[in-house]
Design a binder for this molecule. Structure first.
Ligand code: URA
Ligand code: SF4
Length: 215
């Protein structure tokens, strides 16, 4: 089966993982994207945030959550009193998946498929084994289904706390952080403007609750 496992070095050193990930051909997404967008942040983070996949701006910058969703995420972290540099932020899938707009100017985000999610998962596992966080926060359904299993439903299990040693869908994980899931920050941007303040407040509340699990 295709997958990142052939490219993941036998190392828990985050910088070595990040370096090796630049060479990953574990699925076809590397073909059209600019670069691998590996996780970023503190290697001593107690809390890890997992998004879906890099977007257009992340693909150009080589860093996760720096575009519009990243700005919203930063705003929510600040409101929840979580310094972003104290956390580790990554994505379920490390390459940008997109289609081109009709005239080819814009790159339009495409949801990653199960094949790409499973192919890329060895990187996420390696990141979690390296950082060994207390808490993992899944931002949106893709991250949640990557970690908690494909049948996970955000609408019914948002904010619940799971134990990866019993509830997880990650094979061979040697650490067992508590895992919780909330919405993706881009859902706030995409939602109806009149709902935005309430959606933002609820998201901040979820981040606060997750941060309180650290310890
Ligand atoms: N959306 C994500 O899920 N991750 C990013 O890094 C940017 C946007
Ligand atoms: Fe490798 Fe993941 Fe990129 Fe696919 S998306 S090439 S598995 S890093």
């Amino acid at each position: 089966a295709p997958g990142a496992q052939d490219y993941v070095p036998d190392s828990h050193v985050l910088t070595r993982l990040a370096e090796a990930a630049q060479q990953c051909h574990g699925c076809d997404l590397y073909l059209d994207a600019e670069q691998t967008v590996f996780g970023a942040g503190s290697r001593k983070a107690r809390i890890v945030f997992v998004g879906e996949q890099p977007g257009d701006q992340e693909d150009r910058a080589g860093k996760p959550f720096v575009g519009p969703a990243g700005k919203m995420f930063d705003k929510a972290l600040a409101a929840a009193d979580i310094p972003r540099e104290s956390a580790y932020v990554t994505n379920a899938v490390k390459h940008f998946k997109f289609t081109r707009s009709e005239r080819g100017k814009q790159r339009i985000h495409k949801k990653p498929g199960r094949t790409e999610i499973v192919a890329c998962r060895p990187w996420l596992i390696a990141e979690l084994e390296s950082v060994q966080p207390d808490v993992v926060v899944c931002l949106g359904a893709t991250a949640a289904q990557t970690i908690l299993g494909r049948t996970f439903r955000l609408t019914s299990h948002r904010g619940e706390v799971f134990d990866l040693s019993t509830d997880g869908d990650l094979p061979a994980l040697s650490v067992s952080p508590q895992v919780t899931a909330t919405i993706h920050p881009s859902a706030i941007l995409r939602g109806p403007p009149q709902d935005r303040d309430a959606a933002f407040a609820a998201f901040v509340e979820d981040l606060r609750t997750a941060a309180a699990l650290v310890g």
